[in-house]
Design a protein around this ligand. Sequence first.
Ligand code: FES
Length: 110
Amino acid sequence: MTTATKSGQWVTACKVDDVSLEDVIRFDFGNRTFVVIRSAEGEFFAMDGHCSHEKIHLAGGLVDGGIIECPRHFGTFDYRTGESRKLPACVDLRTYPVRLVGDEVQLLLE
Ligand code: FES
């Protein structure tokens, strides 16, 4: 499901139960790819799917304590802000607003 707004469109990425606590899944929309992450507290976050170092998909990464670790060279990002936190990842990633509608996880995409 998608809902258009002035600043973009809300797009359903998955169901709440599709993502376990401290886990990540891949979401593709159009020609773009994202990760949807669920924190240990059950909050959802979304960011660009490819690591800024060598474009490896982060969906295979480890989620722990507010951080996602790239599966290739173990660079890390703060998934709440997209900030790169450990080399060799040194360029921040974009994050996206997330909302829950019933049991659906939706991202606001431009
Ligand atoms: S590809 Fe992600 S840290 Fe190198």
